[in-house]
Design a protein around this ligand. Structure first.
Ligand SMILES: Nc1ncnc2c1ncn2[C@@H]1O[C@H](COP(=O)(O)OP(=O)(O)OP(=O)(O)O)[C@@H](O)[C@H]1O
Ligand SMILES: [Mg+2]
Length: 346
């Protein structure tokens, strides 16, 4: 289904589309079970929460078979670039294999893949999403800094096993995109909330790019969509799901995703003192300790953090009118993050 068509779906149509996607997903089970030599009959399914904007075109199901063994069946029915999807699964498989010897960090094994379509059956990863795990610490369950340290350590391991060696950073191609966006905004071809501040961010990115230019860093194949709902945590294990990259090599981008994908969710609040990018100082300290690098003083990381903010802010230009309230709150948060970046500029 095209993006436009999907945006128009509301009410009953939306429910019908969701039901249809569920039914088509469950219909895959007999083929998968017989390919894997698992019993077809007696399986029960539980719908897992997917991105609400995509629930009419994709489905993730927890499958429990008669023996009690659990799996996750994920099916995407969007008109997607099949080769790209296949590469994402290859990336997932590669990470899962490389993480095997790493204690406490993993990716669920892909047990079955459709030859052409983005349909997979994978191992079930135990635990909560890291998002929920952090939210629980607000209610006194677990320790926030310790949870963030564990996430940092796991991400460091993921990047370590995905290492592509030392590289030099050249921001030019990325800055060309920034300039084009700024130009389109100025000439009225584009509408973005808080346009003057957005143009200020574009200028900041050019300065940040200058500072990071030519710096050496350790490249690693990116996860590509590393927000806290794509990280699962049990007491003993941190698992990564939902890889969305096959050729990006900037690990800094993954880390910026962690903090800004769900903006304003992870900004400093609850009395925590804000630090770089309006993330709590203590959160940065915990993450840096787990990850093993002081990110917020690194010019290359600073550039990618600002670039992630640019991506978030740009995306607010084409939100649906019924999401106005959410858009306004994200735009206000984006301004706050930007101001924190300006405050930290040397
Ligand atoms: N292998 C797994 N084991 C356990 N739970 C899983 C597994 N895969 C997915 N889930 C659960 O299902 C949810 C949705 O899965 P997934 O992230 O693949 O879908 P999505 O909504 O398309 O994600 P995104 O918004 O990141 O594109 C996850 O947040 C997680 O809670
Ligand atoms: Mg996901």
């Amino acid at each position: 289904m095209s993006l436009e068509k999907r945006r128009q779906l509301t009410g009953e149509d939306l429910h019908a589309a969701i039901d249809d996607v569920q039914a088509r997903t469950l219909a895959l089970w007999p083929r998968i079970a017989s390919d894997l030599g698992l019993p077809v009959a007696g399986a029960s399914f539980r719908r897992l929460q997917v991105n609400s904007r995509r629930q009419d075109s994709r489905s993730v199901q927890e499958v429990t078979i008669a023996t009690g063994q659990r799996f996750v069946l994920r099916a995407v029915f969007e008109e997607t670039n099949t080769l790209r999807q296949r590469r994402f699964f290859d990336r997932h498989e590669q990470a899962a294999n490389k993480l095997k010897p790493v204690f406490g960090v993993s990716s669920p094994k892909l047990l079955w893949r459709d030859q052409d379509r983005p349909f997979v059956l994978m191992e079930f990863a135990h635990g909560n999403t890291a998002f929920r795990e952090l939210a629980l610490t607000e209610y006194g369950f677990g320790d926030r800094s310790q949870t963030i340290r564990r996430i940092g350590r796991a991400v460091a391991e993921l990047h370590r096993v995905s290492d592509v060696g030392y590289m030099k950073f050249w921001p030019k191609p990325l800055l060309i995109k920034v300039s084009k966006r700024a130009h389109a905004l100025r000439s009225g071809d584009l509408s973005i909330p808080k346009p003057k501040r957005f143009l200020g961010l574009c200028a900041h990115l050019h300065r940040a790019g200058q500072r990071a230019r030519g710096q050496v860093f350790r490249g690693a194949s990116e996860h590509g969509d590393l927000h806290l709902r794509n990280i699962l945590m049990s007491e003993s294990e941190v698992s990564f799901i939902d890889y969305s990259n096959h050729d990006g090599v900037f690990p800094q981008r993954d880390i910026a995703d962690i903090w800004l994908s769900n903006c304003p969710d992870h900004l400093a609040s609850g009395g925590r003192a804000p630090g770089f990018g309006h993330i709590a100082k203590e959160d940065w300290a915990a993450f840096a300790e787990g990850y093993g690098a002081d990110l917020t003083t690194d010019p290359v990381f600073r550039f990618f953090f600002a670039l992630r903010l640019f991506k978030l802010w740009s995306g607010l230009g084409h939100k649906r009118p019924d999401q106005q309230q959410k858009t306004n709150s994200v735009a206000a948060a984006a301004v706050e993050v930007f101001e924190a970046l300006l405050g930290n500029e040397d």
